[in-house]
Write a new protein. Sequence first.
Length: 200
Amino acid sequence: MFTEYELQLRERFLTAPLTPAPAPWRAVFPSHASLPIGGLLGVGFAPDPRDGHDLLMVVSQGGHGVFDTVTGALLARDRDPDADICDPAGPFLTCPGIGPLTGTHVRIAGLHGGGLHSTTEDGWAVDVVSPDWPHHRVLLSADGGLCHGPAGGVWWLIHHTTHAPLRTAGFSPTGTTLTVATSTDLTLLTRARPAIGPAG
């Protein structure tokens, strides 16, 4: 039995229009909203050892890849990773990095568990709701995840998974990258690093 509030919330999410994320967010793959990656199992963020900006490791049935989250460039690809040393379903949900991430272990969130950051230090939040289960809707909000009022004010419906199961959605530890990963595609949004704390 649903309460009146729960029914109102469900209706709010069901009627929200699908929209691009607001500024300062921008799509990393602007020519297409998402990058097709068949058999995607999970993703994980790690800092680029050269300058600290976000890199994204993608684990799929077709192998592993590392993407630059600013340009969308594929920096490394391993089509035949060693199953003995990479177990995203194992107790630590990690995989060894490749390319610029060689020598590090990357935490993977996706089919086998784990999770990405759901908030940023400056108040952005991402929530996954399912008012029409089994489909998922990914909400981005600037009010810490309260999603008050109509869509487009302080919150936006940025992804609706009707064609493939959701693997994970969330921010990088820096809060400058947001990803939505399904079993068939990858969406990446980025922004400049925000100023946190008092000036001076």
